[in-house]
Design a protein around this ligand. Structure first.
Ligand code: NAD
Length: 339
């Protein structure tokens, strides 16, 4: 079977990680990435040997003046692809959809876009089949991905009856210095629900979930406190077993020193992952409590990398390349997601 030709439009926090992951898949060819400014990220893309495409001739000449080779325009990149992964800032992806439609290419959008931009919102282990063969797929946000992965596991043990979750959100990504320094806790928004609950319902359909979010002055990870009511009485062992089946859920012990987001990020760096990333959602073993049909736990989400495996699987699902099991296996192996 011919390799899938994939382009990445927008080479920021998410785009550069998705580009590396795509380049690492044996069934995909990375056609190139789009860049608007000849900055250090363009320099790292060039040093990795990636083809750089620019929005138009003005940008191309700025890149050439700065010493970069330019492979063509973004429009040309899109024409050379089977699937484009749109990693542009919130709202821009929806505007770009017109371009993808004109060129007749499939597109994977990110969680900053509204659900209506795509034919399916996506978290691989939960609803891969729903995105199978769909022209436009939306990988949900980092928080929604983390919630959907573990709630999806609970839902497999016993159908979810009701979920309440509080999200402590990182204020900015580590490189986003323009948003700081920060010293406040901000209800985000100061009313119920935050958008995350309704967003989870686009993946786990019909789940009654209420979420609240607080922005905190940290850049490392998000933390979620989750209270779920299931349809039947369950045991802690059965929940733990289901969580641990997934290579995208990492259960850790605070008692082993992994007692903060700082320690988790240090652990990820120690594992030697690219960029010190932690694409798994991390659940603290000690927090997992079961009282008959009620399950409580605390988890952490590395916002910069959790959606990377989902983007790779969304490409295969959209192109109807292989089953969920096969795609998840290939993606996990390529990203080192194993025990
Ligand atoms: P980013 O700002 O880090 O990167 C966006 C990139 O797109 C930048 O390189 C920017 O120069 C480029 N760009 C800007 N306007 C463009 C345009 N019109 N056309 C092409 N490229 C353009 O953003 P990000 O954090 O990577 O977010 C991208 C998407 O991923 C958003 O939908 C966001 O909501 C979602 N997301 C972000 C995170 C996160 O924590 N950063 C996590 C999950 C999902």
């Amino acid at each position: 079977m011919a390799k899938l030709r994939v382009g990445v439009n927008g080479y920021g926090t998410i785009g550069k990680r998705v580009a590396d992951a795509v380049a690492n898949q044996s069934d995909m060819t990375l056609i190139g990435v789009s860049k608007r400014t000849p900055d250090y990220e363009a320099q790292s893309a060039a040093l990795k040997g990636l083809e750089i495409y620019t929005p138009g001739e003005d940008a191309a000449s700025r890149f050439k003046t700065a010493g970069f080779s330019v492979a063509g325009t973004v429009s040309e990149m899109i024409s050379r692809c089977d699937v484009v992964v749109d990693c542009t800032p919130e709202g821009v992806g929806a505007e770009n959809k017109r371009l993808y439609a004109e060129k007749g290419v499939r597109a994977v959008f990110q969680g900053g876009e509204p659900p209506g931009v795509a034919d399916a919102s996506f978290v691989a282990e939960v609803n891969y089949d729903e995105a199978f063969g769909k022209r436009y797929v939306r990988v949900v946000s980092c928080n929604t991905t983390g919630l959907s992965r573990t709630l999806g596991a609970l839902n497999r043990v016993s159908p979810l009856k009701k979920v309440k979750a509080t999200i402590v959100r990182r204020a900015a990504d580590p490189a986003e210095t323009k948003k700081g320094p920060l010293n406040a806790l901000i209800p985000n928004p100061a009313k119920f629900p935050s958008h995350h609950g309704p967003d989870v319902s686009t993946v786990i359909h019909g789940v009654p979930i209420v979420t609240a979010a607080i922005v905190a002055p940290t850049t490392l990870m998000h933390v979620h406190v989750i209270y779920a009511t299931l349809s039947t009485t369950v045991t802690r062992e059965s929940v733990l077993e289901e969580l641990e089946k997934s290579m995208r859920i990492r259960v850790v012990e605070a008692a082993r020193g992994l007692d903060s987001t700082a320690a988790l990020m240090e652990f990820a760096r120690d594992l030697g992952r690219g960029r010190g990333d932690m694409p798994e959602v991390v659940v603290w073993r000690e927090s997992l409590s079961v009282d008959r049909d009620e399950v409580y736990y605390i988890q952490a989400v590395h916002q910069e990398s959790i959606v990377v495996p989902e983007n790779v699987d969304a490409i295969r699902a959209s192109a109807a390349r292989c089953s969920k099991e096969e795609s998840v296996r290939l993606t996990n192996a390529s990203l080192g997601l194993s025990r």
